[in-house]
Design a protein around this ligand. Structure first.
Ligand code: S3P
Length: 197
């Protein structure tokens, strides 16, 4: 009984904690989808997987879209999806790993949300994605050296877009979520203080 009450009161406290969208960004394999699901359960917010939305709309897999129409076409779909998502409220959005490559995309995200960057070492990423054949960007380049160099190329973009950065190496999903939540609360409090006369 006690446990039941505790669980529910924690839920009530968590619900409505953030009145904006939370965008999870980061390189492939940093755990955006896993963390989005875990955050959704904790915060009782809606959740959207950008890639899944694109797949549903196009009726094609990400690999098929890349093969048939190329990367620029896919990036346009991403940007359009982000613009549509501006209508959403209190939604956790797990973004595709390349979303930050267009500067406009960061602006779309920041209009009604905070951007959380998840990071991991190239070795960790490799272990997480090595058996995936649904990541056309890594096709024929599935190795630590390539992952590391692509990460380095993108690093500046990721960092510029992020409101909060969380390192995921060696942490479980619950720990990562706790960190995201407390960092966002700190950011909100900081902003409230700054806006006070
Ligand atoms: C991409 C990451 C993928 C997907 C597409 C391109 C990228 O998403 O959007 O294959 O350029 O980093 P995940 O980060 O969910 O794997």
């Amino acid at each position: 009984m006690n446990q039941y009450i505790m669980k529910n009161s924690r839920r009530i406290q968590a619900k409505g904690l953030f009145d904006y969208n939370i965008f999870l960004i980061g390189f492939m394999g940093t755990g955006k989808s896993t963390i989005a699901s875990e955050l959704q359960a904790k915060l009782e917010m809606d959740r959207i997987e950008m890639d899944e939305l694109i797949v549903q709309k196009q009726g094609m897999s990400i690999s098929e879209i890349f093969d048939e129409y190329g990367e620029v076409y896919f990036r346009n779909l991403e940007s359009n999806t982000l613009i549509e998502l501006q209508k959403r409220k209190q939604t956790i959005v797990s973004c595709g790993g390349g979303v930050v490559m267009r500067e406009d995309n960061s602006e779309h995200m920041k209009k009604n949300g905070r951007v959380v960057l998840l990071t991991a070492k190239p070795e960790t990423i490799y272990e997480r994605v090595k058996n995936s054949d649904e990541r056309p960007i890594l096709n024929n380049h599935m190795n630590v050296a390539y992952i590391s160099s692509l990460m380095e190329k993108r690093r500046e973009r990721y960092e510029a877009a992020a409101d909060v950065t969380v390192i995921t190496d060696g942490k479980n999903a619950a720990q990562i979520c706790e960190e995201i939540i407390s960092r966002l609360i700190a950011l909100d409090n900081q902003q409230t203080r700054a806006n006070q006369p």
